[in-house]
Each structure stands twice: as structure tokens, then as C-alpha cells.
Design a binder for this molecule. Structure first.
Ligand SMILES: Cc1cc2nc3c(=O)[nH]c(=O)nc-3n(C[C@H](O)[C@H](O)[C@H](O)COP(=O)(O)O)c2cc1C
Length: 442
């Protein structure tokens, strides 16, 4: 099958469709790379550019997301009019009564991975159709399940989780290669206004993405530290139970030992519970951050696309009418920004929750430390003390290990508290409004 085309790193495809995927608009890059004149693309279903080597299961997963009203990201191999092919990373999102798709050249290492996943799903689909007589519809469902199973083996709980990760990775990898490409210092009027507005938005979104990258690092540290502390807490808990049992042996001669052992079990149990809750909260925070990162990256793609239109018109590569797509892109970006602002609230609440739980665990463990200190003193002073020596030593070891980790956890908890995302949707909105009305003046 024909040759493999490569796109330039800064190139972005643009198309809009109705709800069924029938193309309404396309840009000059789509026309040039696909080899179809615009007149042939407009009014045609998007599967006109479908490549036979793409597993149907992928499109099943894409449409499942779109039908649920969610934006979706996907690596797609397309066919050109003359039988050649090209790969893109497509971000497809809802827009008014249809969809908008922005496609860029794949840049991230995930591209390698997904090609292997697709090749396997395609083999399974073809075998199901040709050897087992399965219908195309059933084979697509099977292919979708195969894609998810392959991704699961690579640590993604679903296709959705994969694409929530892939889109920001692609946007980040692209920004390493492409920067300032839409700057046109000579631009005047509407074009200059669109470029100024998109430049300002880009700055804000970039800052947010940088912040989230920091959260991810902090999150990974917190995850491993809290797992470690939970492990120590479980072992301490076991030691406390042993101390309780030992104290009961000497309860007649030293009832105070058993009493203190009983009392100290309480903060211990509660701190184990708090640490277990921390694990759950933490998982939620990670997923909320992944969503937010996806939304910010999607808004930044829409924003870049608007800048690309203005730059193309300035360069004379597209007619001034193509700036008509800019307000549409502003609408798409606005919808994402509205969701983003809700997501920011969720992330901030989760950040506070995690910081609160870390502090709570710290207080409970401190309380436990006081009791265990008392208990240790009593053991030392009591005549039954030497007999309990074997029970005391493992507790001492666990305690000294736990303070170090607890201190680390607390430092991370404090960092979390100060990590609250500053987000002002009104600021973004003002810029969007400026970009939206600029083309009207043309
Ligand atoms: C906005 C939008 C963009 C799309 N872009 C592509 C694309 O670039 N390539 C592609 O093969 N399918 C694309 N699709 C999916 C097609 O509509 C179609 O589902 C797919 O080509 C599989 O064809 P089939 O459903 O006839 O099997 C897009 C759909 C939408 C809504």
C-alpha cells in the first residue's frame, strides 16, 4: 500500500463534522496531506480517509466516548487519496450539534506502543471475521476489548485512562519541538488580535500544565511514602497487639501495663484507618489530576489551532474566510474551560483532603507515641519487665523506622497544602472573548 506521508511538526489538521461524522469543514493542511480537494471532503463521511489497517475496535472506543458527550483522543492511521498513508494524533470533541477534530503529528513514545496494540487487535478482528464468520459489528466489539486488554497489561485500567494520558503527552512532546511558530510580528488588525489573545492564553495554560507536572512528581513520592508508612503502621499494630497480649500475662501483678496497652491500641487503629483512607483519596486525586491535565491540554490544542489559522491567513496559505473557524474554536475551548474550572475545584478539594488526612495521621501517631513511651517506662520499672523484653524490641525497631517516614509524609503533606491550583476562569474568558470577536472585524 502507498507511501507513508509525514506531517511537519507544526502542522495541524482541522475538521468539523455533524453528529454522524459527516465532514462540514476542513483546513488547508487536511486538504494537502489527505490529497482530497476540499469539495470532495465536505459532505463526505469521515471514514473516507479510513485506513484498512486500523482496527474497527478503536473507532468503537472513540464513538463510545463521543456518544457519552466526552472529548476523545486517539492515534489514527489515515489513507490519502492516492493510497498513501499518514499517522495523526486526533483530539475529537463535541461542538454545538457536531464534533471538531484537531490532528497533529504523533511525537510521544506512546505512539510506538499503540501501533503494536492496534496490530494485535487487527489480527484478532480479521481472524474473527474470516475464520469464525463473525459480523463486522461483533468483530469491532471484540477488537475494542482486545485494545483495552492490551492496554491493561501495560498498566492502563481502560482505553479512557490511556487517552487521558496520551493527549497531554502528545501536547507536551509537540511543544518541545514546536514553539513560537505562530508568532507573526508583522501582523496587524484581526490577525494580530487573534495571535495576541492566543499567545496570552497559551501562557496561562502552559503555567497550569507545568504545575500539574509538579503534582505528578509530588504525587508519586506521596504514594510511595504513604504505602511505606501504612506498611509500618500495620506492623506496629501487630506489635501493639503482641504488647497487649504480653501485658495481659502480667495483668494480675501489673494491671497498669494492660490498661496502657489497651489505650494505646486506639490511636494506633485509627491511624491505620486514616492511612488506608489516604490511599483511596490519593487514587482519586491522581485520577482528578489526570482529567485536569487532559482538559488543559485540549484547551491548549484548540487555542493553538486558532493561532495556526491566523498565521496561515497572514502567510497567504489560506483565505481570510478561514478565520471564520476561530470563533468555533473559542466555543470548543470555552466548553472545556467551564469543565476545567469544576475540575480545579475537585482537585483543590482533594488536595486539601489529602493534606488533612496526612495531618490527622500525624496527630494520631504522636498520641500513640506518648502512650507507647509510657508503656515502655512502666515495663522498665516493673519486675515483670525483663520477661517482656522480647515483645518490646520489635516495637522499638518499628517505631524508630516510622518516625522518619512519618516526617517525610508530613513534609509532603505540607507541600500539598501549598499546591492549591490558582485558577481564574474569568481571565481565560476575557481572552477568549477578544479572540472570538477579532475575525468579525476583518
Ligand atoms: C470529528 C471526527 C473526526 C474523525 N476523524 C477520523 C479520521 O481522521 N480518520 C478515520 O478513519 N476516522 C475518523 N473519524 C471516525 C469516522 O467517523 C469513522 O467512524 C471511522 O473512519 C470508521 O469507519 P466506520 O465507522 O465506517 O467503520 C472521525 C469522526 C469524527 C466525529
Amino acid at each position: 500500500m502507498g507511501d507513508l506521508r509525514t506531517m511537519n511538526a507544526e502542522e495541524m489538521f482541522f475538521s468539523t463534522t455533524d453528529r454522524r461524522g459527516v465532514i462540514r469543514q476542513g483546513n488547508s493542511v487536511f486538504v494537502r496531506v489527505s490529497g482530497y480537494p476540499l469539495e470532495e471532503l465536505v459532505g463526505a463521511p469521515h471514514n473516507t480517509v479510513r485506513h484498512p489497517e486500523m482496527p474497527a475496535g478503536l473507532f468503537r472506543l472513540v464513538w463510545d466516548g463521543l456518544n457519552a458527550g466526552r472529548p476523545v483522543g486517539a492515534y489514527i492511521k489515515n489513507r490519502t487519496k492516492d493510497g498513501g498513508s499518514y499517522w495523526v494524533f486526533a483530539a475529537i470533541g463535541p461542538l454545538h450539534d457536531g464534533y471538531v477534530s484537531i490532528r497533529t503529528a504523533p511525537h510521544s513514545p506512546l505512539f510506538e506502543l499503540i501501533q503494536r496494540v492496534y496490530a494485535h487487535a487487527l489480527r484478532v478482528e480479521r481472524a474473527a471475521i474470516h475464520e469464525n464468520g463473525m459480523s463486522r459489528h461483533e468483530a469491532a466489539l471484540l477488537g475494542a476489548a482486545e485494545i483495552e486488554a492490551s492496554l491493561w497489561k501495560r498498566g492502563y485500567s481502560s482505553y479512557r485512562e490511556f487517552m487521558l494520558h496520551a493527549l497531554p503527552e502528545e501536547v507536551a512532546a509537540r511543544s518541545q519541538v514546536v514553539s513560537m511558530v505562530y508568532d507573526r510580528p508583522g501582523a496587524r488588525g484581526s490577525i494580530a488580535e487573534v495571535l495576541a489573545g492566543t499567545g496570552a492564553l497559551d501562557g496561562v495554560l502552559d503555567e497550569l500544565v507545568g504545575r500539574l507536572a509538579g503534582y505528578q512528581k509530588l504525587g508519586d513520592e506521596l504514594a510511595s511514602t504513604s504505602t511505606r508508612v501504612l506498611d509500618i503502621a500495620h506492623r506496629l499494630h501487630a506489635s501493639v497487639t503482641a504488647a497487649q497480649q504480653a501485658s495481659e500475662l502480667v495483668e494480675d501483678s501489673a494491671p497498669v501495663l494492660a490498661n496502657v496497652a489497651r489505650v494505646m491500641a486506639k490511636p494506633m487503629t485509627r491511624s491505620v484507618t486514616a492511612l488506608e483512607r489516604l490511599q483511596t483519596e490519593f487514587g482519586r486525586l491522581k485520577s482528578d489530576i489526570a482529567h485536569l491535565r487532559f482538559q488543559i491540554s485540549l484547551a491548549s490544542l484548540y487555542n493553538d489551532m486558532a493561532a495556526a489559522f491566523a498565521a496561515e491567513v497572514f502567510d497567504g496559505d489560506a483565505p481570510p474566510e478561514s478565520l471564520g473557524a476561530v470563533p468555533l474554536l473559542c466555543d470548543a475551548a470555552e466548553a472545556v474551560i467551564v469543565e476545567m474550572s469544576e475540575q480545579v475545584q475537585r482537585v483543590n478539594a482533594a488536595l486539601r483532603g489529602v493534606a488533612g488526612l496526612v495531618a490527622e495521621t500525624g496527630t494520631l501517631l504522636e498520641e500513640f507515641r506518648r502512650f507507647i513511651g509510657q508503656w515502655r517506662n512502666l515495663v522498665l520499672r516493673h519486675k515483670a519487665g525483663p520477661a517482656l523484653g522480647d515483645k518490646v524490641r520489635p516495637i522499638d525497631t518499628e517505631i524508630s523506622a516510622s518516625w522518619e517516614w512519618m516526617e517525610l509524609l508530613r513534609t509532603l503533606g505540607r507541600q500539598y497544602e501549598s499546591a492549591i491550583v490558582p485558577f481564574d476562569p474569568a481571565f481565560l474568558q476575557t481572552h477568549l472573548d477578544k479572540i472570538r470577536i477579532a475575525p468579525a472585524a476583518l
